[in-house]
Design a protein around this ligand. Structure first.
Ligand code: NAI
Ligand code: MG
Length: 360
């Protein structure tokens, strides 16, 4: 099959890590007989340099017309970059927000997987880690308190700030369906996280998720309060398969979950909307401190490309081939500097990409 991919290399380490993901995808093309057609799209700092804005209309249309978007990272050294002296809507990250909004990407998927080979990087005790954990956080991305009305006012000398948390049933239903769909491809368990003992929006969340669950008889659904979930993530992360939650809870819990996997250079993500189209990017930023030095770990981006194959193109086997290749490279003892420890072979960005591609 032919697939059209909009590629946004971005800034800092972006071009280096995206090049490695394309290298690995190249091996998938050869082995499985697919064709990936890439269109480079400028976004972020580089777009500011070339066009004066972080995302042009043309770039957005190219992304919209693609089958999916593969992104490195955007942004510069925030304290020391020409891009940050200007209005917020002209900064690199504004391009990313405009793109997510422009593509209506309401579902953010962040897997938190502990590789056996990286167990020593996990801050949890061995008896808690056991054989490791493998979960996915499905976070609602375009609703809730981050998008509600907000204001600060002063009345009779009292300063009052307000942020409103709103969800409607349709917003909840569409993310819940995504969560259950992913659970069907995994261990068939959904933990829906809310604060239904306090919040009306959470009571609606719980009601709608329960309704959606009726269409997924094979999937076990449990409800968990968010404070308990925060505790359970460190107490027994092995119990989770898919965590389904609203925007702010997902923001906080996904950071907690990522920390227990050990390294930021390993974590992939996908942002999806109503169609098969998605945007795939590592969870980390543009790492200006190590840019251009062949030091960045490309694995998060390579695993994001695997997610693209699985979620946008339904190429499960091909996605699995990439994931297995990553595990094999770790088993074979190769480490980029962020995951390096005694007794392993240190490799650069480019070599890590070669090693993974070789194992496809
Ligand atoms: P960062 O994630 O870029 O870097 C944090 C630390 O992790 C740095 O020490 C960096 O060297 C290291 N690191 C990150 N990715 C790595 C990798 N693949 N391999 C090895 N080490 C890695 O976060 P920071 O420094 O807060 O932000 C830098 C820039 O990135 C800022 O302009 C920020 O706004 C932007 N950013 C962009 C994102 C995106 O494009 N989605 C997400 C987060 C930040
Ligand atoms: Mg966050």
């Amino acid at each position: 099959m032919n697939y059209n991919i909009a590629v946004i290399s971005g800034d800092g380490i972006g071009p280096e890590i995206v090049a490695e993901a394309k290298k690995v995808l190249g091996k998938i093309e050869v082995k499985y007989g697919h064709k990936f057609n890439y269109t480079e799209v400028l976004m972020g700092g580089i777009s500011i340099d070339v066009h004066g804005v972080p995302l042009t209309e043309e770039a957005l249309s190219t992304a919209k017309e693609s089958d999916s978007v593969l992104l490195g990272a955007v942004g510069g050294d925030v304290g020391n970059s020409k891009w940050y002296g200007v209005a917020p809507n002209l900064r690199p990250e504004a391009g990313l927000l405009a793109l997510r909004k422009g593509l209506s990407l309401f579902a953010n998927i962040r897997p938190a997987y502990l590789y056996q080979e990286l167990k020593s990087a996990c801050p949890l005790k061995d008896e808690v880690i056991g054989d490791g954990f493998d979960m996915v956080i499905m976070r609602e991305l375009t609703g809730g308190i981050y998008f509600g009305e907000r204001k600060t006012e002063e009345v009779n000398g009292i300063i009052k700030a307000t942020d409103i948390l709103t969800y409607d049933d349709e917003e909840i239903r569409r993310i819940a369906i995504r969560g259950f769909d992913i659970a069907m491809k995994r261990r068939k368990k959904v933990t829906s996280v809310d604060k239904a003992n306090v919040l009306d929006s959470s009571r609606l969340w719980r009601k709608v998720v329960t309704e959606v669950a009726r269409d997924y008889k094979e999937v076990e659904l449990e409800h968990m309060l968010v404070d308990n979930c925060a505790m359970q993530l460190v107490k027994n992360p092995r119990q989770f398969d898919v965590i389904l939650t609203e925007n702010m809870f997902g923001d906080i819990l996904s950071d907690e979950a990522s920390m227990i996997t050990g390294s930021i250079g390993m974590l992939s993500s996908a942002s999806l909307g109503k169609t098969k189209q998605g945007m795939y990017e590592p969870s980390h930023g543009s790492a200006p401190d190590i840019a251009g030095k062949n030091l960045a770990n490309p694995i998060a981006t390579i695993l994001s490309a695997a997610m693209m194959l699985r979620y946008s193109f339904d190429l499960d086997e091909e996605a699995g081939a990439i994931e297995s290749a990553v595990i094999q490279v770790l088993k074979d003892g190769y480490r980029t500097v962020d995951i390096m420890s005694d007794g392993f072979s240190k490799v650069g960005t480019c070599e890590m990409g070669d090693l993974i591609a070789d194992r496809i």
